[in-house]
Design a protein. Structure first.
Length: 270
């Protein structure tokens, strides 16, 4: 039995027919907006439980780009280097960069033989999307999303994408994952009901779906209480009853007419 059905039975057990008619008339006034003081309960929040439901994401962001999960290298650069030395009588020298050519970041290794970054160079200049290995001569794509950009400080702990600076305020910087296919975002999306999914298309900012990290620009020990100025009078030490104090405060409120009385009474108790 629904709670409404149970409530109707309860009403019938407590009220007469005449009283129930009065209740119905009162409820009709509310439904037809004739009662300015009573409005039906807004069930928007019940229908949209995730609307403005802002919570702190439990995982901290990564501060270094993780290594991409590439297929295992097919060759071993150490073996190739050893073979080179045997054949040529000297070790293979690392890449000699021109002053203007871009450097390969330290965390990138050859996708084929695992050779470190000093044996790699960009094959397409400033585009920096394609790398060539000097050891095994393999050509492979630079996985841009894992590269540490100049401005990148944090990475999403769920999808490893670089977080972008979403909001910058004096006291806090908010970083956000912008990957639409981030597993964290998809999981949050799946929790939305159909009504929320429709509303999220119009008011996406009101649903917290993407991973966020808030970096506050102060330490906990720097937080101090906002303290009002010390009062000149300690009300705990007055000698008269609280109703006299109430009277004085009333005179303060009533302005000029009460001034002589309030001064007189204040002198009595302080
Ligand atoms: Zn290689
Ligand atoms: Zn993510």
């Amino acid at each position: 039995m629904s709670k409404i059905a149970r409530f109707i039975i309860w009403i019938c057990s407590k009220f007469t027919k005449n009283e129930i008619e009065q209740i119905i008339a009162g409820l009709l006034d509310v439904l037809e907006d004739r009662n300015p003081e009573v409005k039906p309960k807004d069930d928007f929040k019940e229908k949209h439980p995730h609307y403005r439901d802002f919570s702190v994401d439990p995982l901290a962001p990564l501060t270094e780009p993780p290594q991409p999960k590439e297929p295992l290298p097919l060759k071993d650069y150490k073996q190739i280097l050893a073979a080179y030395k045997l054949t040529h009588g000297k070790p293979l020298s690392p890449v000699k960069y021109r002053a203007t050519s871009p450097r390969v970041p330290q965390q990138i290794v050859c996708a084929c033989c695992n050779a470190p970054h000093r044996y790699l160079y960009y094959n397409d200049g400033i585009k920096r999307t394609q790398l060539r290995c000097k050891v095994c001569h393999a050509l492979f794509q630079a996985n841009k999303r894992f590269q540490k950009g100049k401005k990148t400080r944090y990475y999403c702990p769920y999808c490893h994408h670089a977080l972008f600076t979403w909001k910058q305020k004096k006291e806090v910087t908010i970083y956000k994952c912008c990957n639409d296919t981030c597993p964290h975002r998809l999981q949050k999306m799946n929790k939305l009901n159909e009504r929320e999914k429709t509303l999220a298309k119009k008011r996406s900012s009101q649903f917290k779906l993407s991973y966020q990290y808030r970096q506050y620009h102060y330490q906990p020990h720097e937080l101090t209480h906002a303290e009002p100025g010390q009062p000149t009078v300690d009300l705990a030490k007055i000698y008269n009853a609280p109703d006299i104090l109430g009277l004085i405060l009333t005179f303060y409120e009533t302005g000029r007419r009460g001034r002589p009385c309030r001064t007189c009474l204040a002198n009595l108790i302080f």
